[in-house]
Ligand binder design. Structure first.
Ligand code: ASP
Length: 406
């Protein structure tokens, strides 16, 4: 029987019920651990689909741009957009955090949270590691940057082969459809998963954890709204869409992102939504799966905000050169984040170690990470959608190179 309630509505209900259950559980003495398996199962399901989903959609997407020159053009525009918007995102996060100083005056117990020495990996190594020694190993280990590198190369080679590559293209295109279908099946479980995740977070930390960190959460949300107003809405305007049309058209992936905190879970819905909004299929099917991992503006905002917050609570000065390092590292770390809940909380170690912020600060932020993840995942998904629409607009006037049968 078909449920009459749409998925976003079901997930919103799951979220509200989860918050209520979490509140009641802590007062009724029910252990938070009861809710954990419900949420963990959802995260495992998403992690199960993310590698094959990104790999197959990206190979099929890159290969469906039939003309190699077109692929080069689309890839260049997309990547320039990703780098620029992610850099602007960190800067917005840093500026707002410098203005408001969400960590200033906070009296948090830092006992037992003393600085641990951690060595930052050299930048050259981070970049060199994008090339996999063994692509199968990269797939097996879920190293997303290596998977993406190989998928693009594979799709590129496929499109260069023309007729000869067609059987492989048909195969990967069909596999991509299968993975999109599997994601759809996984999403049936999402409302329960969202319930479990919310109930666990609230029961575990209690809403009281919010109070001292409310300024931090507020700065994260405010910076996210600024990113939408300053960056995305002008981009979709250039793409010829009204802001209202864009936000309405993108509401389903946005709701999935907000409630599940996973941009991988929102990938297929995002792809379909931008195409309905008028993005070219050849652009969207390449840029949406690519951006799903490498374009994480929300994560970048978060890293900027969290760096200033943590530096403040530890009394670490952040002169301009250190903030420039934060910008560079946050862009790189957000590129390397996976589209699953809490990914940026792990990747932020890259930023903190580079500027000498104790990693123990992460333990303090972790209590409100889920709430900040809602904002950053929404931004991660919106950024990809706005990019696909903008690049499609910039490509308008050029004939779609794919022959009718592709
Ligand atoms: N949860 C985010 C996403 O799926 C990643 C992160 O910022 O932690 O896009």
């Amino acid at each position: 029987m078909q449920s009459r309630m749409s998925l976003p509505v079901q997930m919103a209900i799951g979220m509200v019920l989860g918050i209520i259950a979490g509140c009641l559980a802590s007062s009724a003495g029910v252990a938070a651990g009861w809710f954990k398996p419900l949420g963990d199962l959802f995260i495992t399901l998403v992690r199960m689909v993310v590698v094959p989903l990104v790999f197959t959609t990206l190979v099929a997407g890159a290969a469906s741009v039939y003309d190699v020159r077109e692929l080069g053009r689309v890839a260049t525009k997309t990547i320039v957009y990703y780098l620029l918007t992610t850099t602007v995102a960190v800067i917005i996060g840093l500026l707002l955090a410098n203005l408001i100083h969400p960590g200033a005056g906070l009296d948090l117990s830092l006992e037992g949270l003393k600085a641990k020495e951690a060595a930052a990996p050299p930048l050259v190594k981070v970049l060199m590691d994008i090339v996999p020694i063994n692509p199968v190993e990269a797939l097996a280990k879920g190293n997303m940057l290596q998977v993406i590198f190989f998928a693009i190369l594979f799709g590129f080679a496929l499109s260069m082969l023309g007729e000869k590559g067609k059987p492989a293209f048909v195969f990967f295109d069909s596999c991509a459809e299968v993975m999109i279908k599997i994601t759809g099946i996984v999403m049936y479980y999402a409302p329960i998963g969202v319930f479990g995740l919310m109930a666990f977070t609230v029961a575990n930390h209690g809403l009281g954890v919010l109070l001292p960190l409310i300024k931090l959460v507020g700065v994260m949300f405010a910076a996210s709204i600024l990113q939408i107003l300053i960056v995305y809405l002008p981009c979709v305007r250039v793409a010829g869409l009204r802001p209202g049309t864009f936000l309405k058209g993108i509401s389903e992936p946005l709701m999935i992102a907000f409630t599940t905190c996973s941009s991988a879970a929102a990938l297929s819905s995002n792809l379909l939504s931008v195409e309905k909004l008028g993005a070219r299929k050849s652009v969207a099917s390449f840029s949406i799966p690519l951006g799903n991992t490498i374009n994480m503006d929300g994560a970048a905002i978060y890293m900027g905000v969290a760096a200033i917050f943590a530096a403040d609570i530890y009394g670490i000065p952040m002169p301009i050169d250190k903030q420039l390092t934060v910008i560079l590292m946050a862009v790189l770390a957000s590129i390397g984040s996976m589209g699953v809940p809490g990914a940026a909380l792990v990747m932020i170690t890259m930023v903190f170690t580079q500027v000498g912020i104790p990693l123990e600060a992460i333990a303090i932020i972790a209590g409100v990470d889920r709430i900040m993840d809602m904002a950053r995942t929404s931004i991660n998904v919106l950024g990809d959608a706005a990019g696909a629409l903008l690049v499609s607009r910039l490509e308008r006037g050029r004939a779609d190179s794919a022959p009718a049968n592709i």
